[in-house]
Design a protein. Sequence first.
Lengths: 296, 325
Amino acid sequence: MTTVEQAVPLAARTRSERLVRFITRTPIHIGLIGIAVIWLVPTVGLAVTSFRKPNNIASSGWWHALTQWDWTLHNYGSVINATGMGHAWVNSVIITVPATILPLTLGALAAFGFAWVPFPFRDTLFLIIVALMIVPIQTSLVPLLKLFAQHGHLNNNYYGIWLAHTAFGLPLAVFLLRNFFITLPKDLIEAARIDGASNLSIFRRIVVPLSVPALASFGIFQFLWVWNDLLMALIFVSDPNKQPMTVRIPYLLSTYGQEYNLLAAAAFLLMIVPLIVFFALQRYFVQGLLAGSVKT
Amino acid sequence: MSIQPIPTQLDGPPPSEGRRLRPWSAFERVQGMLFVLPALVVLAIFLIYPAYYTIRLAFYEGDFHFGFFHYLGIQNFKELLTNDKDFLDLSKFPPSGALINNVRWVIFYISLSLLIGLGLAVLAVRVRYERAVKTAIFVPMAISATAVGIIWLFVYSPSPDMGVLNALLHAFDSGFHPVAWLGRPNLVNYALIFAYVWASVGFVMVVLSAAIKGIPAEIMEAARVDGAGEWNIFRRIMLPMLSLPLSVVTIWLFINVIKVFDIIYVMTGGGPGTSSRVIAFTMYEETFQNGRPGYGAAVAVIMLVLIAPVMVLNVRRFRSEKVVA
């Protein structure tokens, strides 16, 4: 008797609760899905436009392409060959890879020094590097351009921009990696020291292999930063044949401003590399983001 | 004089407990220097020296080769702040100029990013498709400002067959005439700001969402058992516990907004006229287009001055954190 009496209101309560829950939650679902759609539409629009024929683009909005199936890869062919974007894409790679490896290497070495090898003024130097993390590029553009022009025309090859990117990536590299290295078990490193291992071999055989996630985080950051950079490339790479995509696309915009098909394909080519890197290595990216921001 | 560092910090060597089998050799004491030396040299040549050079140049009239042509004292700054209508014009209401535009950016970019990012972070944890929503919001983070610029040029296009925003407004109200969002001085800044918010919200959301997940579940449960409503839980538990990540994110957004350049360069070139210029854009324009490196350097120094408090804050926080850790 008593159990039945209890069971009935209980079931009713859960049912009404479920209803209330559903009603109160509907706005959450609508809001979230709505914002997600708003956030996706611009990118989808660009992607769709890049696969449409020019006459279709001129006569109807890209949203019509979702129903009338008439897609082409021709835009990519013309943007890669005719406008030189293929070449610019290669330039982007040539700029980005060394500009990622250099600060990663120098930054890891320095971070190891700051974390595990005592030397005079260590903390002061480290704090200076922390402060340098947010120096705006604008304060370096003119003097570096002058420096590069005076010494071996570094603005006509890639050495200048590699070094400039290295300098601007280093503070974050040192900061992120030092904070990671410091969390490695002290016993391990002390034991290696007692066994007579040199600092360099501790760095190479213990610290680096144990720090792959942190190294990957910074590597991804720097890669995306350099790949996506416009301002430094605009100033430090003056030869049009050597300029990366981020610089060539605005030129494309000024010369082919109305040819949306070419612009869309070029922008999509520029985006595809960061997107692949992001989706493949999302975990490290987010980890690095959190380490670099929350602990800053 | 001993060069042995004083082991006041709790992190890092030298080992405080236990005795070393052998003392640090003189070589080992300076060896750390060798590890950090390459980085320091690069930083000194390519970051610190240039900053010094630019600060000095700001007090000169620069020449064609970016040399110190003619000493001007604070003339460049005076000109910028009192006599350059494109940089700061307080003579009419509302005030205008690149500096004022940057103030608009600070207010609207930061508050919108925080609001949307926080809202998403709080709501997304409650649904099963959290990951999908977060990915959709976060993707623009990885894209370069150049691509973001092209994407939003399409969205804002006044052509009804291209611009999805105008098409959408037209679908709701058939009497609506397409607006050139980037062609009107009173709209262009907000259009640019929204495009940049679109690209930045993912960062805010990811950081705050991680922080929310770090709040111990027991605290929330206890509050719920005590009958606290969701709004109260948000206001009295979540927000106070999020104050540190919120301040970090705000600082990040602030630095971003002071440095904003790429998206403006791609989308409007500072136009129409000069109505969407910001500080960083003025620096580029004066130095590299108008051939006034001294004047441009003064603009760069203003940027540095605006960011300097954040540097101090970062260093302070880092020092205090070390004491706590």
